[in-house]
Design a protein around this ligand. Structure first.
Ligand code: PLP
Length: 389
């Protein structure tokens, strides 16, 4: 009997429509990307540093990928340096800015991703640098007036502020912040992991020094990313070895991953207008449905944040908080509590801690993040599942 029940549960789980609403954590790889990567793995296995024809083939895939990525951002190909992920690119830029560019102060915020926050803390321990945290407004936006006040103090400074916050989706207006940093002679690094592939960025127009990207956030493969490093930056490598990436990032390039990333970026930007419109509609629909079924809900951050995510505090009792993700998971629905790395732990999100009271922090907040693969039906299923808790 027990066996039969267990079998029934597994059967139901297998036939159940699975709903993925956690696209800020990672995204499904586009079929065109898988096709491109498979082709490169099968046909272009050479080492791009080799001078024979196998190597030259791989090198050509690498350089065409670099060119294609640079073109999407209106950058020069030599300004794109491939890395293993967004975390590596953030670590590299921040560390070299302190060690090699002799930055004496970093201005950042307490709502950055840990790839920036923990790196800055480690650098502060290791080096004699000052760290200033710019104020965050109650709606999760950076207080630009406070940023200007901090910049007015005379230190050699790097500003590190993320473009789109990965937990609450607030957007930094780079077209406003970049010229301000330039005016005060500060370097600007922006963690653009959540925005590249999902928002236009023109690096001829924006005086930004450093950006980072991660392919798995825009329907590309995991384990590959890149840094945009403005020409003549003076950055030195994070680690040493071969002469790959003009000596700035040693290690044989993952050619198939890089080709997949370039393809993912190309397809994402080619479809951006349509997909953004479709996803924005889904976010609007979710808010409408929450207003009908959970009228006491509160948006963490700003309702006008990035179009692909919504972080909401739901009016559930405290005893239901711990079980909410589990219940949704049992119904085949994937959403996130705060950011992915914290979703398995009971530690409150460091981002929400900046804007919620201790009491609200204990209540259930969910991050629901979309892609073009989602539909209104997915939202109906989520709402029904939440109603049944
Ligand atoms: N920065 C932000 C804003 C992110 O959302 C993430 C991923 O969650 C990262 C950095 C880390 O990127 P990666 O997974 O490529 O190391």
């Amino acid at each position: 009997m027990i066996l039969e029940n267990t079998q029934l549960i597994f059967h139901n789980f297998a036939v159940m429509k699975k709903i993925y609403l956690d696209n800020a954590s990672t995204t499904a790889i586009r079929p065109e990307v898988i096709q491109e990567m498979t082709k490169v793995m099968a046909e272009d296995f050479g080492n791009p540093s080799s001078t024979h024809s196998f190597g030259r083939n791989a090198k050509s895939v690498l350089e065409l990928s670099r060119k294609s990525i640079a073109k999407q951002l209106n950058a020069a190909a030599q300004e794109i340096i491939f890395t293993s992920c967004g975390t590596e690119a953030n670590n590299w830029i921040l560390r070299s800015a302190v060690e090699d560019l002799k930055v004496k102060r970093i201005i950042t915020s307490k709502i950055e991703h840990h790839a920036v926050l923990y790196t800055v803390q480690a650098l502060q321990k290791e080096f004699d640098i000052k760290v200033d945290y710019v104020a965050v407004k109650p709606n999760g936006e950076i207080d630009i007036t406070n940023l200007v006040e901090l910049l007015a103090q005379n230190h050699k400074t790097l500003v590190s502020l993320m473009h789109v916050n990965n937990e609450i989706g607030t957007v930094l207006d780079l077209s406003r912040v970049a010229p301000i940093c330039k005016q005060y002679n500060a370097l600007l690094h922006s963690d653009t992991v959540q925005s590249i592939g999902k928002k236009e960025i023109d690096l001829k127009e924006l005086p930004i020094d450093f950006l980072v990207a991660s392919a798995h956030k825009f329907h590309g493969p995991k384990g590959v990313g890149f840094a945009f490093v403005r020409k003549n930056s003076g950055l030195q490598p994070l680690f040493y070895g071969g002469e790959q990436e003009k000596g700035l990032r040693a290690g044989t390039e993952a050619v198939h991953q890089i080709a997949g990333m370039a393809k993912a970026m190309e397809v994402s930007y080619a479809n951006l207008e349509n997909e953004r419109a479709q996803i924005s509609e889904l976010k609007k629909y979710l808010i409408e449905q929450l207003e009908i079924d959970f009228p006491g809900f509160i948006v963490n951050g700003s309702q006008d944040g990035f179009y692909n995510m919504l972080n909401v505090l739901l009016p559930f009792s405290n005893d239901k908080t711990a079980m909410i993700l589990f219940h949704l998971d049992m119904k085949g629905i994937a959403v996130s509590r705060g950011s992915a790395c914290q979703s398995g732990s009971i530690r409150a999100s460091h981002v929400l801690a900046e804007m919620l009271s201790d009491e609200d922090l204990r209540k259930p907040s969910l991050r629901i993040s979309f892609s073009h693969y989602n539909s209104k039906e997915d939202i109906d299923i989520l709402i029904n599942a939440l109603k049944s808790i």
